[in-house]
Design a protein around this ligand. Structure first.
Ligand SMILES: Cc1cc2nc3c(=O)[nH]c(=O)nc-3n(C[C@H](O)[C@H](O)[C@H](O)COP(=O)(O)OP(=O)(O)OC[C@H]3O[C@@H](n4cnc5c(N)ncnc54)[C@H](O)[C@@H]3O)c2cc1C
Length: 325
């Protein structure tokens, strides 16, 4: 395996410039880039401008045995304080073409979800109201099967194009995407989502708009908006949900609202959010997660699975609860 510290040399950067012209960024401060405003320095971030550039870059990494990690808008990620020492492929605005024909949406994976929801509303289509206000890319949303109102994006996905670890293109229909609660097949393979086809239903534009505004108003009331966070830290646990309620209610019941480790604080507005009150480190967030899990084990004899994902310096992705074990 190549040593990544040695890889990000002028020669490596030259190679990357050939593969992703204009899309190579060196020594990127992850505390500036990431949604949580946490993390050390990323040695190299690549922003391919086409599926072909992405596939060629991945093929190069496969040929030379170079580890890498794929990110979207970072809304669900906690980057290590030590930074990121493997090349990082970011799928974002450089891969964000979007078109709508009749009831079908064709979108590249870097499309920004709140903008997508707005375009769907303007087209008078219904079925995806639940994605409005979710800060992230469509690729990240598909990977997480994210959504709200107890729904996931998978409910309106018709097919997906992706690039595998050898740079080959694949197509999957809904069933092959294996969507379930906050999960998809892309969490179990190394493919990068590149294009998504959504099929919606014709609706009444004014009614869709009203529903979206109601959802946004309710989100604005419930969720902390002023301080950086990654949204819900923990997934819902059916047993705890039946006994007490969603993770926020459980964590609040244990008295965690306002509890702090360094710059990381359990939000006093919504206990399933850990906010960065200024200068938080990944280790602060992980300490809080550890305290919450210990308290859960003591009070209820169970744990909550984390939704948020830790990105190690070597580019490994593990959930926050897996990281603290
Ligand atoms: C304030 C706030 C509110 C939120 N509310 C919600 C909510 O209501 N519902 C909800 O579900 N989530 C919510 N989230 C979490 C987050 O917005 C979603 O999980 C979002 O879909 C993540 O998208 P992303 O582009 O930021 O992905 P990232 O966070 O960058 O990545 C998440 C995972 O997806 C993978 N990934 C990203 N892009 C691709 C791709 N193209 N191909 C393959 N894998 C990829 C990454 O490797 C990573 O493992 C919220 C977050 C915040 C900050």
């Amino acid at each position: 395996m190549l040593q990544i510290r040695r890889l990000v040399t002028p020669a490596f950067v030259n190679e990357m410039e050939k593969l992703c012209p204009g899309g190579v960024h060196i020594n990127v401060n992850l505390a500036n880039l990431s949604r949580w405003r946490i993390g050390g320095t990323a040695d190299c971030i690549l922003r391919p401008a086409s599926t072909e550039q992405l596939a060629t870059t991945i093929r190069y990494f496969n040929d030379y045995d170079v580890p890498y990690v794929v990110i979207g808008a970072t809304s669900n990620l906690l980057f290590a304080d030590e930074g990121l020492q493997v090349p990082c492929i970011q799928i974002g605005s450089s891969l964000s073409k979007l078109s709508i024909r009749e009831d079908t949406v064709y979108a590249q994976a870097g499309v920004w979800v709140p903008g997508l929801a707005r375009r769907i509303m303007q087209a008078g289509l219904t079925g995806a109201e639940h994605i409005c206000g979710i800060p992230g890319t469509l690729g990240g949303l598909v990977y997480m099967n994210g959504g709200s109102q107890r729904k996931g994006i998978g409910s309106v996905v018709a097919s997906i194009e992706s690039v595998d670890a050898r740079g080959n293109i694949h197509y999957r229909n809904t069933e092959q995407c294996e969507f379930s609660y906050r999960s998809s097949v892309y969490q179990n393979n190394t493919e990068v989502v590149t294009k998504v086809k959504l099929v919606l239903s014709p609706g009444d534009k004014a009614r869709v708009r009203k529903n979206m505004l109601n959802i946004l108003a309710s989100r604005n009331k419930k969720f902390p908006r002023k301080l950086p966070s990654c949204g819900s830290v923990f997934k819902s646990n059916p047993t705890l949900y039946a006994a007490i309620g969603p993770p926020g209610a459980v964590i609040e019941r244990m008295g965690f609202k306002g509890v702090r480790c360094g710059g990381a604080v359990v939000s006093s507005e919504h206990a399933n959010f850990i906010v960065n009150s200024g200068g938080a480190r990944a280790s602060d967030v992980l300490s809080l997660v550890k305290k919450i899990q210990a308290s859960l084990a003591e009070s209820f004899g169970c744990k909550l699975e984390a939704e948020a994902i830790y990105v190690s310096p070597a580019g490994e992705l593990v959930t926050l609860d897996e990281k603290i074990q």
